[in-house]
Write a protein that binds this ligand. Structure first.
Ligand SMILES: [Zn+2]
Ligand SMILES: [Zn+2]
Length: 279
């Protein structure tokens, strides 16, 4: 079975192609399940100083996103399973605001990816994986970026009102090949997070998008996947496609890596319920 749980589409303004093209690409690659996980609207937070309009669909567009997805689910049901989700950023203290907008759509969702893309130091919010903010790694130092990123992820995991199923791109700060200076310190922090993820019974995405970036490897790194396996943390695969051509991107390599480590199953989601499929 091949399942791709992380795809975007033109609605988010930084991806290309309608949902239909992603489905067709998945069918042609003999993928069994495709999950739509476009970015949930950032406009609800009224984030100042960042180009949030270039990062997601608008609130008004959610209904089209969901109804298009449901229509495609029907139309293609003999060829492929379609699952509907969102990738949602965690912002501390904004859970009830988020839930006010999300509650209307929750019954339509099969799964939610929980993500950290933004750090909010006192100098101002910035986006970790937008090249326009790359100088911030120099300004703060890579270790501070990693520590703040994992601290925010920890808050996301411990939040009582932030509802999600899967951790997306676990070690995202490495995207531009920015690695920790103090490797041991950051690894220790990452392990603390993995233990919380286990305790909270969340799934971690093995994301092949990293192959397409400067770091040239999946998120998380192999050393973390090994620890995840020891901890018995379930996984899913995601391509983080922002173009239909990227659907299922290098999943054979993901499969090889996780099977070598010892994984034999992948998680699957339907209507927010988790089951497992054989690798
Ligand atoms: Zn995106
Ligand atoms: Zn993301």
């Amino acid at each position: 079975m091949i399942e791709d749980w992380h795809t975007h589409n033109y609605l988010c303004r930084h991806a290309v192609g309608p949902l239909r093209k992603y489905v067709k690409a998945a069918v042609s690659k003999k993928i069994d399940t495709i999950g739509f996980s476009d970015h949930f609207p950032y406009e609800i937070y009224q984030l100042k100083d960042i180009p949030y309009k270039e990062y997601s669909m608008t609130l008004e567009e959610i209904s089209d996103y969901i109804s298009d997805a449901k229509k495609l689910k029907q139309e293609f049901h003999e060829e492929i399973q379609i699952r509907i989700g969102f990738e949602i950023d965690y912002f501390e203290g904004q859970e009830s605001l988020l839930n006010r907008y999300l509650s209307k759509w929750k019954k339509e969702l099969d799964y939610i990816l929980g993500s950290i893309h933004f750090l909010e130091p006192k100098e101002g919010i910035w986006c970790l994986d937008d090249t326009r903010y790359m100088h911030k790694y120099e300004f703060y130092g890579n270790d501070t970026v990693y520590m703040e990123y994992f601290n925010k992820m920890k808050k996301m995991l411990l939040s009582k009102n932030f509802d999600f199923d899967i951790i997306a791109h676990f070690d995202l700060p490495k995207k531009f090949n920015k690695h920790p200076y103090d490797k041991e310190k950051i690894k220790e922090k990452a392990i603390e997070l993995l233990e919380i993820i286990k305790k909270k019974d969340k799934v971690i995405e093995i994301n092949s998008g990293g192959f397409r970036k400067e770091v040239k490897e999946p998120y998380p790194s192999r050393e973390y996947i090994e620890i995840m396996h020891e901890l018995d943390i379930p996984i899913i695969f995601g391509s983080d496609s922002h173009d239909p051509a990227e659907v299922g991107y290098r999943f054979n390599e993901l499969r090889k890596i996780v099977m070598e480590i010892g994984y034999t199953q992948l998680a699957h989601f339907h209507e927010r319920k988790r089951t497992f499929i054989e690798l």
